[in-house]
Design a protein around this ligand. Structure first.
Ligand code: PEP
Length: 252
């Protein structure tokens, strides 16, 4: 049985005080949820204050990006050691916005994934096709490329600490969602890819989140699909009430 994981990706939003206000409201709203893993991913500048505000709660902390070196002359980067130090359990890696605007490649994603795991951080690896890929019938080949290269070289134990987020790029921030059937088909495909290199037992335990305009009104039908194990939520995670509703859609 996989515990669903619902994560809020706040992207480039919220000052420190706004971030603390949001998680303070959220922790009350989801305090009774015990069967969903709840994660928030603030900006780097808010991580420390949010970590303090979350102490003793059932909400885990994630960063939105990472660099693979521990320290050194890498101006502007944040290391796995620093993310652990500030209290992160998770880190989002390879979000489509990072691939599109900041030149992330499957290779850099894989290096980051390995660095995160080495330091005890759990990667949430984002994969997903663009609209032109889907229209050209390339959804599966693009997703396969992202998944296989993103997890390249991971041991079964490392894979078990990894979450995959399937986010069709055309659904992110657009209000257009993949239908539950469309999403389920790709999620089942991703699980079948894992079977190539890992046992059925391991593959069955890997959590695959869906993402792309997940909202309170579509969360239940998505999160009840057989291979959908939670959600990575952008816009709807910026407000405590709507994010809490999505968390609860994954519960029970
Ligand atoms: C995201 O950026 O991970 C995302 C899914 O955004 P949104 O929910 O706003 O589409």
């Amino acid at each position: 049985m996989r515990t669903p994981i619902v994560a809020g990706n706040w992207k480039l939003n919220k000052t420190i005080s706004e971030a603390v206000e949001l998680v303070t409201a959220l922790r009350d709203l989801v305090a009774n949820v015990t069967d969903v893993e709840i994660v928030v991913a603030p900006t780097f500048t808010a991580l420390s204050a949010v970590a303090r505000a979350l102490q003793g709660s059932n909400i885990r902390l994630s960063a939105q990006n990472i660099f693979w070196e521990d320290s050194g002359a890498f101006t502007g980067e944040i290391s796995p050691v620093m993310l652990k130090d500030v209290g992160c359990d998770y880190v989002i890696i390879g979000h489509s916005e990072r691939r599109q605007y900041f030149g992330e490649t499957n290779e850099s994603v894989n290096r980051k994934v390995k660095a995160a795991l080495t330091h005890g951080l759990k990667p949430i690896i984002c994969v997903g096709e663009r609209l032109e890929d889907r229209e050209a019938g390339k959804t599966k080949s693009v997703v396969e490329n992202h998944v296989i290269n993103g997890i390249d070289g991971l041991s079964a134990e490392q894979l078990l600490s990894t979450v995959i987020a399937y986010e069709p790029v055309w659904a992110i921030g657009t209000g257009i969602t993949a239908t539950p059937n469309e999403a389920q088909e790709v999620h089942a495909f991703i699980r079948s890819l894992l079977l190539r290199n890992y046992s059925a037992d391991v593959t069955e335990q890997i959590r695959i989140q869906c993402g792309g305009s997940v909202k309170p009104d579509n969360a239940v039908e998505l999160l009840t699909q057989a291979d959908i194990d939670g959600a990575l939520v952008g816009g709807a995670s910026l407000e405590a009430e709507s994010f809490a509703q999505i968390v609860k859609a994954g519960s029970g």
